[in-house]
Structures are given as structure tokens and as C-alpha cells.
Design a protein around this ligand. Sequence first.
Ligand SMILES: Cc1ncc(COP(=O)(O)O)c(C=O)c1O
Length: 282
Amino acid sequence: MSTEPAGDRRAEESRTCPTEGQAAPSHGSLVDAHVGRYAVRAKDMAASEIRALFAVAARPEIVSLAGGMPYVTALPLDAMGDMAGQLVARRGAAALQYGSAQGDPALREGICEVMALEGIHAHPDEVVVTVGSQQALDLITRIFIDPGDVVLAEAPSYVGALGAFASYQADVVHVPMDDDGLVPEALAECLARVHVAGRRVKFLYTVPSFHNPAGVTLSARRRPEVLRICQRDHRGRAPRRLGAGAGRDPRQAGARRGGGGAVQLQPDPARGRRVPRQPAVA
Ligand SMILES: Cc1ncc(COP(=O)(O)O)c(C=O)c1O
């Protein structure tokens, strides 16, 4: 007998959604009541790999090395409880109320201060606070991707990002990597191949530090090279846009501090900012 929760089983079993006229799949008592009502974009949607992974990883008898689970037992729970109590006591009315959709201004300033320690200089107006990287990936993909647009990504690539790209019908073209991260020559070749085919590349999604799942970090020598290739492509193919979306996990940011920082993937501010002062999403 399966110990898997019914919800996860149902998600697994309805990997493809039937279109109108097709019989509703029946899995015992689990019948899809919404057949024929799905949006066209749902046709290729599948149950998220992350959901499947965490359904297994959450079982008490499983020690999962697959998911990036935070080591919560190392968190100072007493201190965090105190902080939550103080927040509600001092700023409860503001903290529990709706706020700026872009994110609390003081929080955005704080984020800029932390990013500056990492060599990324930004203005709080350029920061949008999301509920996690998945919302950011979804927003970026929704804003930039039309069905059939090409997204370049390392091979392999972070499964959550691939899910977001797939849900907007992006065509992901993978760029090889080695022990030093993304291979710049391979990136240039990929770009050329895609353009020769008359396809439209919108952005490069890369995880330059502590890559998930490859575990490698893009070498300091390659970082400006990757940026240069993207900028050259952007300049040469206006009005096509191509930027380097550097995916990184803030939980891993502190790991670099004190250990000799790698150059961040950010265009030289002296050469003009590419990011509009007002964010596209608010
Ligand atoms: C590259 C990468 N992006 C995003 C995430 C998830 O981040 P969040 O919990 O903020 O959605 C992970 C988690 O492992 C990751 O490896």
C-alpha cells in the first residue's frame, strides 16, 4: 500500500491534462472534473518535480540528499521566536497589513546593503521583494517570454527554473559547462546557432555560484567573458534583448564572504545602467 499523500499521488497521475472530447481519466475515485476547461497553456504542464521530490523528502524515514533543504535544526529558534514576538508587539499593525507590492522600502534598502557586500550595487527602486526565487523566476519569464522564445541555460540546470520556463512555453537551449562553470565558447556558439536558425533568444539563465545541481562555481576569469558575450549579442541584435539573469540562492551568499569573492555578473555601472529606475513589476 502506498504511503504517499493522496494529493501528491493525484498530481503525479494527472501529468497531462486531457482536452475537450477526451475521456476524463479515472484513477479509482480520482476523476478529473475539469476536463475541457483548461487553458491552452496548461496542455504541456506537468506536476512539478520539486513537489514530487519534497513529497518523498518529507517522509520521516527518508534522509534526502536530493533537495536543498535548509538545516533548520541549526537555526536559533529562541532568538527567532523573540524577534517574531517583538515584530508583532512593535510593528504588528504594519507587519500584518498589506504593504507595498514592490516590498517594504526599509527591507529593500537592507537588501541593497547586503548585495553591496557582494559587489552588486543597486538602488532600492530596482529591487522587488518576492516570496522566493520561484515567484521571481515566474515574473521574469512572464515578462520576457512569448511561446517559442529561446532561453539559454546551463546543462544541467535548476529544476525549478526549468519548470517556470516550460509553463510559458519557452524553448530552453542548454549550454555545456565544465568544472569552471558555463563554457564561454559554447555560449557564443549556441547564440550563433540559435540566431542562424532565425530564433529569438531572450535571456541567459545561469547559476554562477554553487550551481544547482552541478555544484560548480563559474571561475572569476570566465565571468566577465560571459557578460561580454551577452552584451555583444545584445548590442549586435537590437531590438532583440538578451541579458544575463544570474540565478543565485541567497542562503548561499554568506558562504563566499571572507573566502575571496568571485566577480559578480553585473554590467559595469560606468557603462550605463540597463535596469530601468522604475521596476517593470510593481
Ligand atoms: C538555483 C536555485 N534557485 C532557487 C532555489 C530555491 O530558492 P527559493 O527557496 O527562494 O525558492 C534553489 C534551491 O535549491 C536553487 O538551488
